[in-house]
Design a protein around this ligand. Structure first.
Ligand SMILES: NC(=O)c1ccc[n+]([C@@H]2O[C@H](COP(=O)([O-])OP(=O)(O)OC[C@H]3O[C@@H](n4cnc5c(N)ncnc54)[C@H](O)[C@@H]3O)[C@@H](O)[C@H]2O)c1
Length: 445
């Protein structure tokens, strides 16, 4: 088998360890492949030193088809054997002086992995999938860690975000108000087919809205005059409906839809002994960002698609993405992905996905409304539409055009090579923690 991450005579490899090799882990592997040539030229060839996985079948598929130093099957039931730092130290044994740990395991494991890596492996940098933490107390306890934490908010590397950042940085675009919608149907998928995408937990707020809060921070911090940001939550209505798995498998399940902070679907241990799970099905939040002339930002996030979201009408008619984009003349097929899902004989539903931002502000001193679409699917490409002039803006050219995760890995590896605290990119600990802080403010509003 040819080496995907070859070493050269005088070069010093950079080791990478993956924790979890599901949907995102495989995507991460492609990202590393895309970066092979870039880092080989810098005499720092990338080497996937190890993969830690809990699924025997996934391990088998890695062993037979991919170029990986070591694969380790973890036993999640046995805490002695499942500490990531000791597996890395004793089994994977990275050879490079500094190395990257990419955590694409299920969300509820990120905090323990992050603590294990940053406290037990002094030469490692942790790149975790979002969200890095699931609860306020976890966030508080990582504030003091030493800066070796990156979190993948991949949408900050979307060509749409990069283009908007350039327009803002150069003073062409002044943002006054933003409205985000990130609505897909993964909650329905989980409901009807509990074994799919087990890694995504935590509900629509942490899973979906996290991207849009990260994009907000990336955009507002691009203003030359903006040195720091703070956010207050003016209103939030998390509506909750989403069981994690099929109802009959659970002993307890109840749904609420009030404005109470405990407004979540909560259910107890199921027959397989899984822990309790919490999931927001959908919600909206209105925030004001100071340090940036008090920009008002609304978020709409959901786990059961556009149709169902519209039935809730969290704020008013303006919270419907269909109504807003319809009024601006954008055809639905250009931004809303749909396909039919059938799980067994009984269940069929339409899977929907939409990732939209509407910006009100000025472009070269003229008032404008811009519509940005982040989604890439067959027939749908990222765009920025100037609805005032009915024109599409040209997007910035980016490296690894179809693989934003490659740009994320590139930033993380550059940060690793440059030293721990020198990175000023949007994966970095301080910015990641700000994003999580806003999410928990929304949750506890
Ligand atoms: N950045 C993004 O756009 C994006 C998109 C999707 C998912 N995610 C995040 O990525 C993470 C993983 O999601 P996914 O969609 O890849 O899920 P997935 O279910 O496809 O993959 C998770 C993998 O982790 C493995 N695993 C389970 N327990 C483990 C353990 N103790 N140690 C190591 N591996 C373990 C599972 O066997 C599975 O292969 C989630 O946190 C999710 O929120 C991010």
């Amino acid at each position: 088998m040819s080496r995907l991450f070859p070493f050269l005579g005088t070069s010093r490899p950079v080791d990478v360890v993956f924790v979890g090799f599901g949907h995102m882990g495989k995507y991460g592997y492609k990202a590393l492949q895309a970066l092979t040539e870039k880092f080989r030229k810098k005499q720092r060839p990338l080497h996937l030193a190890g993969v830690i996985e809990a699924d025997r079948n996934v391990i088998a598929s890695i062993t037979t088809s991919l170029d990986v130093g070591k694969t380790v099957l973890i036993d999640p039931e046995n805490p002695e054997q499942s500490s990531v730092h000791s597996i890395i130290k004793h089994h994977i044994k990275p050879r490079s002086e500094n190395f990257l740990v990419y955590d694409a395991s299920p969300t509820h494991l990120h905090y323990q992995n992050l603590i294990a890596v940053t406290t037990q492996l002094p030469s490692a940098v942790y790149l975790g999938e979002k969200p890095a933490v699931s609860d306020r107390h976890e966030l508080d306890s990582i504030q003091q860690l030493d800066g070796r934490i990156y979190c993948d908010f991949i949408e900050t590397e979307n060509p749409v975000t990069l283009t908007l950042r350039n327009l803002i940085k150069t003073g062409f675009l002044e943002v006054q108000r933003m409205t985000f919608w990130r609505l897909n149907s993964i909650g329905l998928t989980k409901f009807f087919n509990a074994d799919t995408r087990k890694g995504v937990t935590g509900g629509a707020l942490l899973d979906k809205c996290s991207h849009d809060v990260a994009v907000t921070v990336a955009l507002l911090l691009s203003r030359p005059s903006c040195k720091s940001l703070s956010c207050s939550v003016e209103a939030a209505s998390p509506h909750v409906l989403m069981p994690y798995s099929r109802l009959p498998e659970h002993e307890h399940c109840f749904a609420t839809a009030s404005n109470d902070p405990s407004n979540r679907v909560v259910w107890g241990q199921d027959k397989k002994g899984k822990n309790s799970w919490i999931a927001d099905g959908a919600g909206s939040a209105r925030t004001r960002w100071s340090g940036s002339n008090g920009v008002l930002v609304d978020y709409h996030f959901g786990w059961f698609g556009v149709n169902h979201f519209d039935q809730f009408r969290f704020f008013d008619r303006s919270s419907s993405v269909r109504h807003q984009l319809g009024d601006l003349g954008l055809d639905e097929p250009s931004w809303l992905a749909k396909h039919s899902e059938r799980t067994g004989v009984m269940h069929a539903y339409q899977f929907q996905d939409a990732r939209i931002l509407v910006i009100e502000g000025t472009l070269q001193k003229r008032r404008v409304k811009l519509v940005a679409n982040f989604l890439t699917r067959p027939g749908i490409s990222p765009f920025i539409y100037n609805a005032t002039d009915t024109q599409f803006l040209e997007l910035t050219n980016v490296d690894y055009a179809d693989n934003p995760l490659a740009r994320v890995f590139s930033l993380a590896i550059e940060g690793l090579l440059a030293g721990r605290t020198t990175s000023n990119n949007f994966l970095h600990q301080e910015i990641s923690l700000t994003v999580h802080d806003v999410l928990f403010k929304i949750r506890h509003q």
